[in-house]
Design a protein around this ligand. Structure first.
Ligand code: NAD
Ligand code: KPL
Length: 325
């Protein structure tokens, strides 16, 4: 490995809007690096006070598609305590879904009127709650197929190159996402504005409902769902139930493609340990409540049966509790 290379802040950084990044995990560090690479001043909001209020560097192992040439880079960022009082005009929220609202409640008084708040979490069911918590902010949803994992504290590997879709949460931001894409997409991570993000959120949710709980409970790779006959049977039955719920909720197009979509994603990510499997195996709380849990809530409200999804929701929650006990 070559020596670490230090990414320089460009002279334009002083003139660009500062971006606060909430959550210094895999996605938070990756996005902080991408924003900093474009000359933005980046402030990483930490829950832990000791290291806050100082310059620091994120160690980034880039993906070849990032075009950064170096094998390892040190990217300068400013560490800031959540309880600091400087106003926040641009926020990229990168916590896991269950941590999002508590984290935002903590910094809500700092969010400026008209601030852009981008939610990068997997799952659904939290966007409206954030919009009510921050009624004067513009809320955006980001859907990312980038893959990253932490190698250590402030040390991230960009493992899979993808794309991020950005759209305004309906009713929250009068202007679309195009203006913001110009800022967020200036770094090495590609970002694309979409007019209506909701169908994309549902499509991703449906695929995650099909893959994540089964892989987490069986401790198998995504590809094993397709290749092991008993798992394939469970996967097919689950896809059929998800399709029936989507059809009942008024998403016939998604209902028609969910089995093929989930199969394609499981094949394309065959060797992956799903994020939910990783969470359960590490004894962490998973995002099940915002994935299968959200689908079950919507199904129940519409009077649609979803026994397979309900059973998976219960089983994953029991597994989480057993690990935490
Ligand atoms: P992560 O666990 O690596 O990072 C989350 C970070 O948030 C942690 O460092 C945690 O300490 C921090 N955090 C939690 N509460 C906080 C608070 N109150 N204040 C400050 N920080 C707080 O998770 P991740 O892998 O970066 O995933 C983040 C989100 O992005 C998830 O919803 C995930 O599903 C989604 N996502 C991740 C990937 C990926 O490849 N990692 C890809 C696409 C989408
Ligand atoms: O999004 C994913 C996850 O693990 O959360 C998939 C697409 C299933 C890839 O593992």
């Amino acid at each position: 490995m070559r020596d670490n290379a230090r990414m320089q802040e460009t002279p334009t950084s002083a003139t660009r809007t500062a971006w606060h990044v909430l959550g210094a995990g895999a996605m938070g560090c990756l996005w902080a690096c991408s924003l900093a690479s474009a000359g933005n001043a980046v402030r990483l909001l930490l829950r832990e006070p000791p290291a806050c209020g100082s310059d620091a560097s994120i160690t980034l192992i880039p993906h070849p598609a990032d075009g950064l040439r170096e094998e390892t880079l040190l990217v300068p960022v400013w560490l800031e305590a959540a309880r600091d009082n400087a106003p926040i005009a641009r926020l990229l929220a990168c916590t896991k879904a269950p941590d999002l609202l508590p984290a935002l409640e903590h910094i809500a008084p700092r969010i400026a009127d008209g601030a852009a708040v981008v939610l990068l979490q997997n799952g659904m069911g939290f966007h409206a709650a954030v919009a009510s918590l921050l009624p004067r902010a513009r809320i955006f949803c980001a859907l990312s197929t980038e893959g990253a994992y932490r190698e250590g504290s402030l040390h991230v590997r960009h493992a899979g190159s993808g794309e991020t879709l950005l759209g305004a949460f309906p009713g929250s931001a009068e202007i679309g996402a195009t203006e913001l894409v110009g800022e967020l997409g200036r770094g090495f991570l590609p970002v694309r504005a979409v007019e209506d993000i909701i169908p994309a959120l549902w499509a991703k949710l449906a695929v995650n409902c099909a893959i994540n709980p089964l892989t987490a409970l069986h401790g198998c790779s995504n590809g094993e769902l397709l290749d092991r006959p008993t798992l394939r049977g469970e996967f097919d039955a689950l896809c059929a139930e998800i399709a029936a719920v989507l059809a009942g909720l008024g998403h016939p197009g998604l209902a028609a493609t969910v089995a093929a979509d989930a199969t394609r994603v499981a094949r394309a990510t065959a060797a992956n340990r799903s994020s939910m499997r990783q969470d359960l195996e590490a004894g962490r709380r998973s995002e099940i409540g915002f994935i299968t849990g959200f689908l079950c809530q919507q199904a129940q409200a519409a009077g649609l049966p979803c026994p397979l999804n309900e059973a998976l929701l219960t089983a994953v929650r029991q597994r989480e509790q057993a690990k935490q006990a």
